[in-house]
Design a protein around this ligand. Structure first.
Ligand code: NAP
Ligand code: BGC
Ligand code: ZN
Length: 357
């Protein structure tokens, strides 16, 4: 079968031939429909994040998948069920504590495999197998867009953690700022417009730009980081009750503290490289303490966040999905699927149509 993989030492993915996997006990064989591409895939390809499976000369990419059960293999799944896999798996001889308590997303990252990212092959192949505990059924009508469940689940978890950090008092947030107009930032902007009165999304693009069009169509306000640095946002716009960082630009972690309103919280999602720079640590420390502000980091997502994401996806307007997903590419068209230009917001690779056999 075809798969899209990154070979050791390569800086671009390629199509490879690999054997079709056989499902083990309690595993299901899934025929892959679509697999999304995100900023993390580009970081893996650039060699800034992730790692190859031990002993293999390549990593099959892809962690945002939707597929159809081909062989239920005696499990409770049925042939034809539309399913979405979660990303984390236990290491062969590693600790299983976080899996046993149903919270692999809270595990230290060195103790897990992340399929398509670190230590285990991903879902960009015609077929993949998965244990049933890591597969969620989704409604048939979401088959086309099911690859968005994983990225939405990432936002669900971060928002949950941020809200939990404010649960000890009567927090009534009104303003939210998303840093980053990539696919994660735009999906989150759409989600936040449901629960916040005023939502802002920050980028560094000139108009006309398709991401700015989406931000404005959602009723949110576009903030250009070249004109208004994050720390100056309160003076130019307003202090923010909630900030969701999805740029991977490390200065934003610290500038967020200044952009928050008293009692506000910022969730950090980006996975930056090392970068040494100066901050006024005293002022930031004081600001966090004296205004009861919080910073929370959030990585990966759990089963419950996937369930919430399925619900959220089914409520997103069709125009948004059409505008956000700028390309669905055949699996032979690797170059275009992984193009990283300003016209690409979200790309996905298509292996099969749902109706195809
Ligand atoms: P993406 O498509 O690369 O989006 C990042 C966006 O941030 C881009 O649109 C980029 O703008 C913008 N940006 C970067 N620096 C900026 C700056 N200084 N000012 C304004 N805008 C800036 O990536 P993504 O898939 O949306 O993911 C976003 C980040 O979250 C990545 O770092 C990714 O690794 C991380 N992530 C984390 C998790 C987790 O579990 N924690 C999950 C998914 C993704 P331009 O395109 O104009 O350069
Ligand atoms: C994935 C997460 C993963 C994180 C860190 C993200 O792009 O969506 O599932 O935990 O990268 O590797
Ligand atoms: Zn991702």
């Amino acid at each position: 079968m075809h798969a899209i993989a990154l070979r050791r030492g390569a800086r671009a993915p390629e199509v490879i031939e690999t054997p079709r996997p056989e499902p083990d006990t309690d595993e299901v064989l899934v025929r892959t429909l679509r697999v999304g591409v995100d900023g993390t895939d580009h970081e893996v390809i650039a060699g800034h994040h992730g790692g190859f499976p031990a002993g293999d000369d390549h990593l099959v990419l892809g962690h945002e998948a939707v597929g159809v059960v081909e062989d239920p293999n005696g499990t409770a799944f049925k042939q034809g069920d539309i399913v979405v896999p979660t990303v984390r798996r236990p290491l062969p001889d590693g600790p299983t504590e976080y899996f046993e308590r149903g919270e692999p997303d809270m595990s230290p990252p060195e103790d897990v495999i992340e399929r398509g990212i670190t230590g285990g092959h991903g879902f960009m192949s015609e077929y993949f197998t998965s244990s049933t505990e890591f597969l969620l059924p989704i409604p048939d009508e979401l088959a086309e867009w099911g690859f968005l469940v994983e990225p939405i689940s990432i936002a669900e978890k971060a928002i949950e953690l941020a809200r939990a950090s404010r649960s000890a008092f009567d927090w009534q947030p009104e303003s939210a700022l998303v840093l980053g107009n990539g696919s994660l930032g735009l999906l989150t902007t759409a989600m936040l417009t449901e629960s916040f009165d005023r939502v802002y999304c920050l980028g560094r693009r000139d108009r006309p730009d398709p991401t700015i069009d989406i931000i404005e169509e959602l009723g949110a306000t576009y903030v250009d980081s070249r004109e208004t640095p994050v720390s100056e946002i309160p003076g130019v716009y307003e202090p923010m009750d909630f900030i969701f960082e999805a740029t991977g630009y490390p200065k934003h972690a610290f500038e967020s503290i200044e952009a928050l309103a008293p009692n506000g919280v910022a969730a950090l999602l980006g996975v930056p490289d090392e970068w040494t720079f100066e901050v006024d640590g005293g002022a930031l420390h004081r600001e966090l303490v004296m205004h009861n502000k919080a910073l929370v980091g959030s990585v990966n997502s759990g089963y419950r966040h996937f369930e919430a994401a399925i619900e959220t996806l089914s409520g997103l307007p069709e125009w948004l999905l059409d505008d956000l997903v700028t390309g669905i590419f055949d699996s032979s068209n690797v170059e275009e699927a992984f193009a990283n230009d300003e016209t690409t917001i979200k790309a996905a690779v298509k292996f099969y149509d749902n109706e195809e056999r």
